[in-house]
Design a protein around this ligand. Structure first.
Ligand code: FAS
Ligand code: PHB
Length: 389
């Protein structure tokens, strides 16, 4: 088979790219190792920048999001004593949208079926060949039969553990990585949220986050040591801990209930440079990872895809390769600024095992400054709603 673009991975990156290319008359094929059900079972991001919602609006896939999402004009930071609300709308004129990644992915999948975008689910043993040669192509196995797709361009949208980044040699590309000495235990529960806007808490026992998917479904997180598992956290113990860390004001509004999903995710900051090699272009988690503290992961994937789809469409429409050549540098400029913000918030809001008492005082002084300084609140707000694309 021959096609314009092979996209590896049907997560948000791969699906957004497939839709944008298809809408421009470029012919993509998406290869996804798992089933739709498996992809939709992953509980991940919850906060969307306008970078991401604008893609869904442009594609006309925003109807359910407009109906079911929540608009948040502010975000709250807690230091164990008080709640510090950052009025993002007043400071930046912008807001964030609360609509789970699962819902975004479902809308993209449903629309791909309606628009006959070619997605091959359960494509196994995906391998990339000659990405910098004369015949770049992909092989994979489907129902036990080996297939080959020759493509003009290849998009590596296969996440942190996918094969795309692996084909770029150490002589050609390099990683930058920081691994944090803790993880996030996340719980999803069909109970009303304890707050109307997200609360990020820095408590002496550790970080906590009160988020949501709707006004009847809550998403909570607590920082946990890396040697713990979900078996260490039965529901009641989790509810007790989240109430302690959020502080008495928020805790008084927490509704307890059975967990629908409970998982622990490790935290890392990771960037791979460059994001291209030959006819292969990386996007999303295949090229970078942020700690979820800044709610940037999914939104960075969206900005990569806006840049990459524009560049690919220019190439197929006019043969112009300039934007393809400039893709990596352009995407990395925004990626590194979001990496900084996510790293900064993670350092500010978590207890680090080696944290001396002095470090804790530095965190509390920073939060004290946040409470008093419009300049610092504006810095935080403009990063949280999303830097310009
Ligand atoms: P994804 O990982 O979502 O998708 C990659 C796709 O490629 C997957 O469907 C995978 O099955 C497929 N694939 C992999 N290998 C393949 C192969 N060999 N062949 C074919 N297909 C292959 N971000 C936030 O903003 N907030 C959060 O709270 C948050 N929480 C997260 C929790 C976890 C546990 C993880 C892992 C990530 C979290 N993220 C969060 C980040 C997350 O939302 C990502 O940024 C987002 O999924 C990026 O989308 P993709 O780049 O499409 O990568
Ligand atoms: C979520 O709702 O899953 C969520 C929200 C904000 C974050 C991280 C996760 O920073």
């Amino acid at each position: 088979m021959k096609t314009d673009v092979v996209i590896i991975g049907a997560g948000p990156s791969g699906l957004m790219l497939a839709h944008l290319l298809h809408a421009a008359g470029v012919n993509p094929i998406v290869l996804e190792r798992h089933t739709q059900e498996h992809v939709l079972s992953r509980i991940r991001a919850g906060v969307l920048e306008s970078t991401t919602t604008d893609v869904l609006v442009e594609l006309g896939i925003d109807e359910r999001m407009n109906r079911e999402s929540l608009q948040h004009d502010g975000v709250v930071f807690a230091d164990g004593e008080r709640l510090i609300r950052i009025d993002m709308a007043a400071l930046t004129g912008r807001h964030v949208t609360v609509y789970g990644q699962t819902e975004v992915t479902k809308d993209l999948i449903d629309a791909a079926e309606d628009r006959n975008i070619h997605v091959v689910w359960e494509s196994e043993d995906v391998a990339l060949h000659n990405v910098d040669g004369v015949d770049p192509h992909i092989t994979y196995t489907k129902n036990g039969k080996e297939e080959r797709v020759d493509a003009k361009l290849i998009a590596g949208c296969d996440g942190f553990h996918g094969p795309s980044r692996q084909v770029i040699s150490a002589e050609t590309g390099r990683p930058f990585e920081l691994i944090y000495p803790f993880g996030w235990l996340g719980v999803l529960a069909d109970v009303p949220p304890c707050t109307e806007e997200l609360i990020y808490a820095n408590h002496e026992r550790g970080f906590a986050l009160a988020s949501m998917r709707s006004m009847s479904r809550s998403r909570y997180y607590i920082q946990v040591p890396l040697d713990q598992t979900i078996d260490d956290w039965p529901d009641e113990k989790f509810w007790d801990e989240i109430c302690t860390r959020l502080g008495p004001n928020a805790a008084s509004h927490v509704t307890r209930g059975p967990s629908l999903e409970k998982s622990i995710a490790p935290l890392r900051s990771f960037v791979f440079e460059p994001m291209n090699h030959g006819r292969l272009f990386l996007a999303g988690d295949a090229a970078h990872i942020v700690p979820p503290t800044g709610a940037k992961g999914l939104n960075l994937a969206a900005s990569d895809i806006v840049y990459l789809s524009d560049a690919m469409i220019a190439y197929f429409k006019s043969g112009d390769e300039a934007a393809l050549k400039g893709y990596s540098a352009k995407a990395l400029a925004r990626i590194w600024k979001s990496e900084r913000f996510s790293w900064y918030l993670t350092k500010l809001m978590h207890r680090f095992p080696e944290n001396a008492d002095f470090d804790r005082r530095m965190q509390l002084a920073e939060l004290d400054y946040l409470a008093e300084s419009e300049a610092m609140q504006t810095m935080l707000a403009e990063n949280y709603v999303g830097l310009p694309i």
